[in-house]
Design a protein around this ligand. Sequence first.
Ligand SMILES: Nc1ncnc2c1ncn2[C@@H]1O[C@H](COP(=O)(O)OP(=O)(O)OP(=O)(O)O)[C@@H](O)[C@H]1O
Ligand SMILES: [Mg+2]
Length: 344
Amino acid sequence: MDGQSQTGGTLLTVEDLAVSFSTPYGTVRAVDGVSLQVQRGRALGLVGESGSGKTVLARSIMRLLPRRGVDTTGRVFLDGIDLTVRSPKQMRAVWGSRLSMVFQDPMTSLNPVLKIGQQVAESLRQHRQMSRHDSRELAIKLLDAVGIPEPAQILGRYPHSLSGGMRQRVTIAIALSCDPVLLMADEPTTALDVTVQDQILDLLQEQQHARDMGMVLITHDLGVVANRTDDIAVMYAGQIVEQGPTPVVFAHTKSPYTSALLQSVPRIDNPPHSRLEVIRGRPPSLLNPPSGCRFAPRCLRAQERCSAELPPLTPGPEPGHLFRCWYPVDAPSVPLESSTTRSA
Ligand SMILES: Nc1ncnc2c1ncn2[C@@H]1O[C@H](COP(=O)(O)OP(=O)(O)OP(=O)(O)O)[C@@H](O)[C@H]1O
Ligand SMILES: [Mg+2]
């Protein structure tokens, strides 16, 4: 039996997921003990700098990582089904029909030599066993729903003849074509023109609400998730450093890393031409991550304990809020637990 009952509205549960790659230089621990949940009909923003493990986490949830040279531990439940024990054949039944993904660059997910109509209809025929006529009708409806003008004409065109924004709308239509319960969108707008980015994000949000879907929206930009997600998980060097309901994480930020990310987001109330703070230093190598807190070498608040002991994820006073820090930002500069005395 691979099915397990889930509590109430939980759609996705990730338990202690770890992913390592064997490389000629050693083992890269790209995801290190991540646990999170997505509630039915809610959007989770997964945020972190480049290289923090967001894509590896998303792909391991979807079981899209190659098996060779990749070691994955932990469990992933979607709607009560343990995906980690599914065979590749069983996974094919889950992709598209329950779980879909939108990638950063629409050209990588569209086939350049097939017309748009063939690609949308192919997905419908494969997952829904629809007739040619019905799949064409539904393809037109789907393209219309994602804001594509003259959808019937677009069916006969090739991907390269569409703008980047239109191509991403097509991949979203394909991802939605089988009514997934969960949509994973991995930096869906970074390859697009800034003027189109908001439109695509609005479209995703609109569809997520209309379909009561769960969504994981992956981005390096906290500004993107501020008004578009219900919950946030902030990743740093393969680990979650802060998570909770979006308004709580913004209003009661505890992790100095989240705080630094927030200061690097442009804000409308900043005076014109004011400098954005950039987080000093670089993310650590995941071949030899620093001991203790992984952010310590870059953290302005770090003290001796930080490089010695990895802080656990600790609950904040607000429900659902967790953070990983010995000296959280709005706290006085004393350790959370006074178990060790700091040297002067
Ligand atoms: N196939 C692989 N083999 C070895 N290391 C890998 C492999 N894929 C990813 N990594 C490493 O895993 C870490 C996490 O990568 P990942 O692509 O998940 O980051 P990310 O947060 O999605 O970054 P970005 O914002 O740039 O997309 C990086 O250090 C990366 O170099
Ligand atoms: Mg990525």
